[in-house]
Design a protein around this ligand. Structure first.
Ligand code: GLU
Length: 485
């Protein structure tokens, strides 16, 4: 049997991809992949006032970066195109005419002034939501024709029948009910000839044979209008699933003011796409267990619309960071090497000739200690240059009057090394500790400070091995000269 699961991500191009949009796109993608369906990208660009140059390209770039490849879309085509609403105007016009003919829509010639007056009157009466008063519904056929001939600007409105219960099922919210008396006679075609979101969305979802409409909760209140349209056309409704709102930690709606909301911002800050996807997947969904670490294929496997939650999902950056660290650790050293080299190109290390072998050593030493790829540089500068300063706290704690003497002994012993593997450094240090009859700690702490300038970092002998015998000796000598107590 032909597979009929078809879902779409239908963004309006605002200039960037919002993380909420990424979540919507991801859930659609996961649902399609899980069910062997098709995932479609449709650009809803009928609001000419909101047109932003380059916005569609940015969106496509962000989706591609995230790994959400679609099966049909504006740049790749498909059997149901065009996939840009601005290229489908004649289609909307034809269906709007059909609605007029069936009495489900009507021409409205009211001026802005009249609408404003109506608004003010209704405000005075404390009507909660401004509603058009169906004034133009009473125009006769002749009156309408006359106005059309005179080229008086018009819109086309939905003719909503009052006192009806609009009921639909939503996979997430279950049974949803609206009273049609609260629904405005929505404009379907604007005076510039463009359709509104509602009309274009319904027509396209029908013509593109969309089986499931998966979108953010902010569209829930538009759904009764859509349902009225489906019924007016006599079309089968798709299955609806409205995803919970994204919230700031203070439970307010996720907004630009409180932090980054664009996928591009996170990408530019160095978040891995795997981590961002994993994080966004958990904003409103879990498989019913405690599992939090997911790769894309595992998400596809585990995802279901039925396990999407109803309540708002808090955007917790701490969790995103820890997922980033975890995804980084799951990458092979070779994969990290490629990412690190990109990072190096952008840094002041670009001119240094760092070999892949050397960087791989740094990666294996630091992998468990970083959250971002950039921290293979910033958290361990000492792998690339000798320390410029030494952590004061550690000097106070670990640098004693006899430290220089102890370290000189270490220099002697290190100089004698023919091999300088980790074990060689380790036995040399053990030997010195024994001879001096002091604990190893008394050597290790100042030694770390001398070679790295810091009090924490990877294993001591890893550090010595990576830096190499000559560099280690040089740094100890320098520290003895520079650190004064
Ligand atoms: N164009 C709407 C948006 O920008 C699409 C909403 C929907 O998926 O129906 O999100």
């Amino acid at each position: 049997m032909e597979n009929k699961i078809r879902v779409r991500f239908a963004p309006s191009p605002t200039g960037y991809l919002h993380v909420g949009g990424l979540r919507t796109a991801l859930y659609n993608f996961l649902f399609a992949r899980k069910n062997n369906g098709k995932f479609i990208l449709r650009i809803e660009d009928t609001d000419r006032n909101r047109y932003v140059e380059g916005a569609v390209e940015n969106l496509i770039k962000a989706l591609k970066w995230s790994g959400l490849d679609y099966d049909e879309g504006p740049d790749i085509g498909g059997d149901y195109g065009p996939y840009m609403q601005s290229q489908r105007l004649d289609i909307y016009k034809k269906y709007a005419d059909e609605l007029i003919a069936s009495g489900n829509a009507y021409y409205c010639f009211c001026t802005q002034e009249r609408l404003q007056q109506l608004r003010e009157e209704q405000e005075k009466l404390k009507v909660p939501q401004m509603k058009y008063d169906k004034h133009c519904l009473t125009l006769t056929q002749e009156e309408i024709q006359k106005r059309l001939n005179e080229k008086i600007p018009f819109v086309i409105r939905l003719n909503v029948q009052p006192n009806q219960k609009i009921i639909f099922d939503d996979v997430v919210r279950k049974r949803v009910e609206f009273d049609s008396s609260n629904i405005d006679d929505q404009v379907l075609i604007k005076s510039d000839g463009y359709p509104t979101y509602h009309l274009a969305n319904v027509i396209d979802d029908h013509l593109m044979e969309i089986s499931h409409v998966i979108r953010g909760e902010e569209w829930l209140s538009s759904t009764p209008k859509h349902v009225i349209l489906y019924d007016a056309f006599g079309w089968q409704r798709p299955i609806f699933a409205h995803l919970p709102l994204l919230l700031n930690p203070d439970k307010s709606k996720l907004s630009k003011r409180q932090g980054d909301v664009a996928v591009e911002d996170y990408r530019d800050k160095g978040y891995l796409k795997e981590a961002l996807i994993n994080f966004v997947a958990l904003l409103g969904w879990n498989a019913g267990d405690d599992k939090e670490f997911y790769q894309m294929n595992e998400l596809i496997e585990a995802f279901s619309l039925e396990s999407v939650n109803k309540s708002g999902a808090v955007f917790d950056i701490v969790k995103l960071n820890s997922l980033n660290a975890e995804h980084l650790r799951h990458k092979s050293d070779k994969e990290i090497l490629l990412l690190l080299k990109e990072e190096i190109k952008k840094s002041d290390l670009a001119q240094k000739n760092l070999s892949d072998d050397y960087l791989l050593l740094v990666i294996s030493a630091m992998k468990e200690r970083v959250t971002f790829v950039s921290e293979f540089i910033t958290n361990c500068k000492y792998f690339y240059e000798e320390p410029k300063e030494y952590e004061q706290k550690s000097i106070e704690k670990n640098w004693k009057s006899d430290t220089a003497e102890h370290l000189n002994k270490l220099i002697d012993e290190f100089s004698k090394l023919e091999n300088s593997q980790k074990v060689d450094f380790e036995s040399a240090l053990n030997k010195v500790a024994e001879e001096l009859e002091i604990s190893k700690g008394k050597l290790i702490h100042p030694l770390r400070l001398a070679v790295s300038g810091q009090s924490t970092g990877p294993g001591m002998f890893d550090l010595l091995f990576i830096l190499g015998k000559d560099e280690v000796i040089k740094r100890i000598q320098k520290a003895i000269e520079k650190i004064k107590i």
